[in-house]
Design a protein around this ligand. Structure first.
Ligand code: LIP
Length: 325
């Protein structure tokens, strides 16, 4: 039996015993945004536990040996990414077999119309999944990787959860209900962004593409911003970077060339914590590419606390314009 099926089957059955029993029988009332958030938290927690246990089981050599590359030689996927997504998909289906799923590794679930089409159909539920965000960190056994699960109704993300695999912190939000972080000790904290109002004191998180040529342009953008803000942090997971904005642990975040599964949950969490958010149009991204067509510099993702947002986005736009030349 392959590791995938053994790992997924065992976990799915254990998860079944942990309150994942199907609740959306045909014709049942649509769950509230809070219920969708709580489902995302439950599933993200189970997937994060799987990832942590498989890293111990496989060890660094085993994880490395299982990895393949995707868009470039430095864009990895491991057997654990695939197991995590299989587990997440199976758990989502225990709640509702009709929901659509868009995942980084598995694409659109069988028979689902494109979420972009679904968005035009009105109230279809689409789960947007990054089974391991920060895969390079996972590969190197660095602490910053996460499970990111967002839930859209129609063309609007209304719930999401981001589980930090190593710290056990689970960030979550439901539309209009605020954002929170729960910890292994059971404590729950309501999130709000930092109060930093001056650009020169703004700590900025960012990330870089798997494309070397785009990274060179992104380096010029970062170089320009370094002269205008406090400092930059490159932590390796867009989902967690956006949660750090929500938590007030950085003041702003931006990145180009990331996919909807990287940011969908984190952007809602940051927005619900009071951040000003910049994301591409949902219907342009809710597809197997996870991003709009065209120049990645035309559709970045950004978040900043409300005090510094005007100055930050102005500086960012100026740095992008200068880097293009
Ligand atoms: C990663 C993002 C990160 C970005 C990386 C990569 P993955 O997603 O979370 O912000 O800088 O290049 O795209 O590939 O680990 O899911």
């Amino acid at each position: 039996m392959s590791i995938n099926s053994r790992g997924t089957e065992q976990l799915a059955s254990r998860a079944d015993n942990r309150g994942f029993s199907a609740s959306n029988s045909p014709g049942s009332v649509r769950p509230s945004v809070r219920e969708l958030r709580d489902r995302a938290v439950l599933i993200a927690r189970a997937a994060a536990a799987h990832i942590a246990s498989r890293r111990v089981e496989l060890g660094s050599d085993g994880v490395l040996a299982s990895s393949e590359t995707k868009s470039s030689a430095v864009d990895p996927v491991t057997v654990v990414d695939r197991e995590s997504e299989e587990l997440i998909r199976s758990l989502i289906k225990t709640f509702s077999s009709s929901d659509r799923i868009l995942g980084e590794e598995g694409g659109l679930d069988d028979g689902a119309s494109s979420p972009a089409q679904a968005a035009n159909e009105g109230e279809a539920v689409t789960w947007i999944v990054d089974p391991i965000d920060g895969t390079v960190n996972f590969l190197y056994d660095l602490p910053n990787c996460a499970v990111s699960i967002a839930c859209a109704v129609g063309d609007e993300v209304v719930a999401g959860a981001v589980a930090n695999v190593s710290s056990g912190e689970i960030y979550s939000a439901a539309k209009g209900e605020g954002a929170q972080v729960s910890r292994r000790d059971g404590t729950v904290q309501t999130l709000s962004c930092s109060p930093t109002a001056e650009l020169e004191k703004t700590l900025v998180a960012t990330g870089f593409s798997y494309s070397a040529s785009l990274r060179q342009v992104q380096g010029r953008i970062a170089s320009q911003l370094l002269g205008e803000c406090r400092d930059i942090r490159r932590m390796g997971s867009a989902a967690l970077d956006l949660c750090m904005v929500a938590h007030g642990r950085v003041d702003a975040y931006y990145e180009h060339d990331i996919k909807i599964w990287d940011y969908a949950a984190g952007a809602l969490i940051a927005a619900e914590a009071g951040a000003r958010i910049r994301v591409p149009e949902f219907t342009q991204c809710a597809n197997v590419t996870g991003r709009p067509e065209g120049d990645p510099l035309d559709f970045g993702v950004g978040a900043a606390n409300s005090e510094v947002a005007d100055a930050f986005f102005e500086a960012l736009d100026g740095a992008v314009a200068q880097a293009r030349n």
